[in-house]
Structures are given as C-alpha cells and as structure tokens.
Design a protein around this ligand. Structure first.
Ligand SMILES: [Zn+2]
Ligand SMILES: [Zn+2]
Length: 638
C-alpha cells in the first residue's frame, strides 16, 4: 500500500503497517523520537494501523500537540500509581491542561502533601519500567464489566451513544477508559512533578460528590521542568495579592463578601491617579465624561435584554416604594454589570442630528458582576470593579475613524506601561442579531482599523457576542504571560432596543452605530496586572509614595520636614521616615514599599540645602540640590 507524508511525498509500505512502522521507514532517528501520529489529521497512537492512501504525520516532542499527549499520558501514570497505592480508589477524569494535567479521584479521605510524595515515587517506578500503553476496543457491555466498581467511569460509559467505539488502555495491570492517544510507553515521561491538590465537584456540578483533584506538570526534559518551576516561582513573587498587601493597595474581608476588594489609602491613591491621567487624555481626544446610577429599575434591564440573557451574572433586589407596605408598589432593581444603559438613556434624552456625531461618553463606572466564587481571584477577577468605560455613537461612515482612534488610545496606554500587545477579532456567531450586511460591514471596519494601525490580528471565527463583532487586545507582561485587557465592541442590540435615532442631512431618521470600549478594562484589574508586570515597582508618576525622606538623626527631622514641604509644593507624594529606628531599617522599609526615591538627610545636606539621593533600582546616585530634585518631582506630575 501507499501512504502520503506531510511534504506530499509518497511511501510504499507493507499491508497492515502501523504509524510506528511509517516512522521507522523514514529513519531510525524518527522511529526513536516518535510519540504518536496523525492519520488524515486525526491524532492516533503509534500502534494504530494505517490504511492505503492515508496522509500520515509523525508527532515528536517538537510537535505542537506533543506536550498535551505527554501530559495526558502522565495523568494515566499517576492514576496507575494511585491505584496500586490505594486499591479502592475511584477515578473520574484526567485531562491535560495548560502546563500540566490533573486527575479527579476519590480515596475516601483527603490527599495530604505526603501522599503526593508517595504517589510521585510510585510514578517514578512506573516511568523507569517503560510500561507500554496498550489499546483495546470494546463494546458497551464489555466496557461495563471492565469498569465494575468504578461508578464514575460507568456513568461516562452509560452516556456514550450505543454505536460509539469504546477504547480502553492498560498500563501494567491498571485499566483506564480513554479515547487516547497516548505516548507509546511510560519511558517518554522525562520530567514531571505533582504540584497541588484541591477539591473538585464531579463534573463541576456542586450537587454532585466532591472529589480530590491532583494537579501535576510534565515536560520533555528536566531543563524544561526547571524553567517552568522558576517561572512559577517568579510569578508567585510577583503575585499582586501578596504585593497588594505589602504595598498597602487593597484587602479582602470575608465579612464584606467574596470578590469585593477594599482599597487602602495607597490603592485609592493609585487608582485616582490612573483615572485622572486618563481623564485628561480623554478630554483631549474629544470624549465627554458622564456619571450614571449604580442601580436601575429592572425595566431598563428588560428593555436592554440583560434581564433575560445576563440575569445569572447580575444582582437584583426588591424595593418597597410605598409607605403602607403595599405589595403592588414593590419594584425590582438591578445593580449595573455594565454602564451602557445609562449612556444610551443619555443619548436618547435629546434629539440628535448627524452634526452631533460622533458623540463620545466616558465614565469611570463601578459595576458588579456575580462571578462564581470559585473563579474570583484578587483584583484579576473580582465581583466589583471600575471600568474605564466609554460608548461612542456615530454614523456608519465614522466607525472606521473611531476604531482607529481607539486603537491609538490603546497604543498610548499600553506603550506608557511598557506592554506589547496583540489583537483578536471575533466574528459573527451562529446565533446573532442584526442583519448579515451590517455584521460584514462592522467586521471589515475592525479589520481595516487594525490594518491602518499595522496591528496584526487573529480571527476568532464565530466567537463574537450575539450583538456584534469585537476586537480584544491581549497584553504581554514582563514574564511572558498574556492578559486580556481592552475591548472594542460593536453593538447592534442597544440602538435597536432603545430605538436610538439621529436626524440625517436630508431630514431623515437613521439609527446610530454604537461602539463600547474600555482600554484598561477594569482599572483595578489593570492595576493588579501592572503590579505583577513591574513587581510592584510602579513608575514615579504613579507610585503612591514617591519619596521617603530619611533623617540620619533626630536633629535632622526639621530639615527632613522642610524637604517634605518643598516636594509637596512641587506636587510630590512624600513622607518623612522619622520613626525611632536604625537608618538601615528605614531604608529596608522604603525598599519593601518600592518607593522610587529615598532622600537621606544629615548635617551636610541641611547646611547646603541638598539631599542624598538613593534611587529604588540604582541605589546611591549622589547628592543633589533640593531645588534640582524638586524639579524632577514636578516633572513627574501627570
Ligand atoms: Zn488517556
Ligand atoms: Zn457598554
């Protein structure tokens, strides 16, 4: 028989050859490196037999799919180890995830860190013996008997349509239900580590039993595992929850509720500076600031549709508007999860003419979204946050310029903080409103705007919201992680449901186009990302405390206060560290708080009206006249 290779060349092979035979026929090196294969694009085991005319590709550890296969296979190795250590263990599922894998299991008690070590040691034994993964195809009846005593597996089997090909894999005497593929044998597992365990409801359903989820990571080399471990450690050092506490940015209190941060003075200061910095820029860019309520009568949410399609994420409550407790007067209100309705009501408040457009409303609007408690995470995913939200109402022929201007703003903001970024455009999903011509026009304008900006974009086909296409901006931080921040979204829903119009040049009526956009996204979340990106060392203009004045001895306190006053007059945020502590302790404290400048003052400085400057990163940078240093602080004013 003849098969085709990815480069288009043909290969003659004996009838009944497997993917492994294909690899061997190409070369001994490839045969050794082969992990799995692809037949006509489907990923399969090396042992899978190949049919005449098929296109066959060999997956090695260089292939994009390789790590997933390795990690998923390692999950089976872990399950096999658990089975031999805990013969009564119940098994759920064990998929590959980003950077690793997990398996949901039940052993009748909680898993301890010591258990993880024991399991890891057992896994090492299985890896050392290079056990093969052996695939077998069975029918439902046989599958049911093979997994007797494994109710979770039986539940999965029972849900399979009767004609499904069920494959089971054995690894030594451990049998698992899986559609595969896997690495050929456990010897390919070069470097792995069990990282943590957590509770997980069976099938993510809080009504079902709680299982233990054991997480691990797996790599093709010890070096890769070490690099990964270092990246994780670096990320932990930068964790904004830890730094946020140390820098006095925010706190959480269970009494307030899950996912509701409380901002301490330093946090409030930074957030206000960010807002003020952006506000001034937005005025220059032709935006007008508006302020809208936090709660709206439910009728507004019914008109916008959120009452129906977003209700689960919103907070609704009843208010008795009568004095005499008359139930007919009870009204329902909803806390805003977004600022759009207010801006739409403001638009509709006046007759608008084509000459008024584009109209750009912006608001630092605090919104509340009922996120599941399992997903809230510090400032990165909170239930209450402030958007730098804006809505632009414009004519069809203005959409392009408006989106280009928004991308300018993205560039300005992300560039200021040293983020690079990429764009993704999400297009019309199968279920959507608005006619196709409008979708096509809008999507084209988004693409054109990116092209005008030389901004490369990926297309997420069919991934747009049902009410319009959008551009998502993903920023890359200092340790290579990407974060979704800005969104530019076209909306066909609001103008339609709120019957927005404007008068055209020839006295007709048209519906305006509506664009939502937020650049930071959530200001607090952006701050969280920024803290991790900069390891908490906010730039001078944004640092909550810019200067720590450190008197050498008590007799220098007067001059220290003079320095403070001079710098405050220059617009600085300054504190004198005059606590009764050794100077070394004061310097350490200022360093831990990531204060950009420490000014050490003693006799010499007091006499010459100067300051000894220590920069946060560079250390001692010498003596400067106080007036000279004040100029630097003045220049850092937003
Ligand atoms: Zn599997
Ligand atoms: Zn909006």
């Amino acid at each position: 028989m003849e098969i085709k290779l990815p480069d288009g060349s043909l290969k003659e092979l004996a009838e009944g050859s497997s993917v492994a035979d294909v690899a061997a026929s190409i070369g001994a090196g490839l045969a050794k490196a082969a992990l799995a294969g692809k037949i006509n694009g489907d990923i399969v085991d090396l042992s899978e037999s190949v049919q005449d005319g098929a296109t066959v590709e060999i997956i090695t550890n260089k292939s994009t799919e390789a790590l997933d296969i390795l990690r998923h296979s390692t999950a089976h190795v872990m399950a096999a180890a658990i089975k031999s250590l805990f013969p009564d263990a119940q098994f759920g599922i064990g998929p590959a995830i980003e950077d690793g894998f997990y398996y949901d299991i039940e052993i009748g008690r909680s898993i301890t860190p010591e258990d993880l070590q024991t399991i890891e040691a057992k896994m090492q034994e299985l890896v050392a013996s290079a056990l093969p993964f052996t695939r077998k195809v069975v029918d439902i009846t046989e599958a049911r008997s093979l997994f007797e005593g494994q109710p979770l597996k039986l539940e999965l089997i029972d849900e399979m349509p009767s004609e499904t090909v069920i494959s089971v894999y054995s690894l030594g005497d451990f049998l698992d239900l899986c559609k595969g593929p896997h690495i050929a044998n456990t010897g390919f597992v070069a470097a792995f580590k069990l990282t943590k365990q957590a509770g997980a409801y069976w099938r993510g359903d809080s009504e079902r039993q709680m299982l233990q989820r054991i997480y691990g990571t797996a790599w093709f080399s010890k070096k890769d595992l070490e690099d990964y471990t270092m990246r994780i450690e670096e990320a932990e050092k930068r964790d904004h929850r830890k730094l946020g506490r140390e820098l006095g940015i925010y706190m959480m209190d269970e009494r307030a509720g899950v996912g509701l941060p409380l901002y301490m003075p330093n946090g409030a200061r930074v957030i206000r500076i960010l807002q003020e910095w952006l506000r001034r820029d937005l005025y220059k860019r032709g935006y007008e600031e508006v302020i809208t309520p936090h709660i709206y009568n439910a009728d507004v949410w019914k008109q916008s549709g959120h009452y129906y399609f977003y209700k689960d994420n919103m907070y609704f409550f009843q208010v008795d508007e009568s004095e005499e407790k008359d139930m007919s007067k009870v009204s329902e209100f909803g806390l805003k999860p977004m600022n759009c309705p207010g801006h739409v009501l403001l638009y509709g408040n006046e007759l608008r003419s084509y000459r008024d457009l584009p109209l750009r409303f912006f608001e630092f609007g605090t919104v509340y979204r009922h996120e599941m408690s399992g997903v809230v995470h510090g400032l990165l995913r909170a239930r209450g946050f402030t958007q730098d939200d804006a809505h632009v109402f414009c004519r069809a022929d203005q959409v392009l310029d408006e989106v280009v201007a928004m991308l300018d703003l993205v560039d300005h903001i992300m560039g200021t903080f040293g983020f690079t970024y990429t764009a993704e455009i999400s297009t019309q999903p199968t279920k959507s409103i608005g006619d196709n011509a409008k979708w096509e026009y809008a999507t084209d304008q988004l693409k054109l705007a990116c092209e005008k900006h030389n901004l490369e974009y990926e297309i997420n086909e069919g991934d747009g919201a049902f009410y319009g296409p959008k551009i998502d901006i993903k920023v890359k931080d200092a340790i290579g992680r990407t974060w979704q921040c800005s969104t530019i979204q076209v909306d066909f829903n609001f103008p339609e449901r709120f019957e927005l119009t404007y008068r055209t040049a020839d006295n007709g009526q048209e519906q305006p186009w509506m664009l939502h956009r937020a650049i930071f996204g959530s200001i607090e979340r952006f701050l969280g990302i920024l803290i991790e990106h900069l390891s908490g060392a906010l730039p001078l203009w944004l640092a909550p405390l810019q200067v720590a004045v450190i008197p050498i001895a008590d007799r220098h306190n007067d001059y220290a206060n003079e320095v403070r006053e001079r710098l405050i007059a220059a617009g600085g945020r300054v504190e004198v560290f005059d606590q009764n502590e050794p100077m070394r302790a004061k310097i350490a404290k200022a360093q831990q708080q990531k204060v950009p400048y420490m000014l050490v003052v003693g006799d010499k400085e007091a006499e010459s009206k100067s300051v000894s400057v220590r920069e946060r990163k560079e250390g001692d940078v010498g003596v400067q006249l106080l007036d000279e240093f004040a100029k630097l602080i003045e220049d850092a004013r937003i």
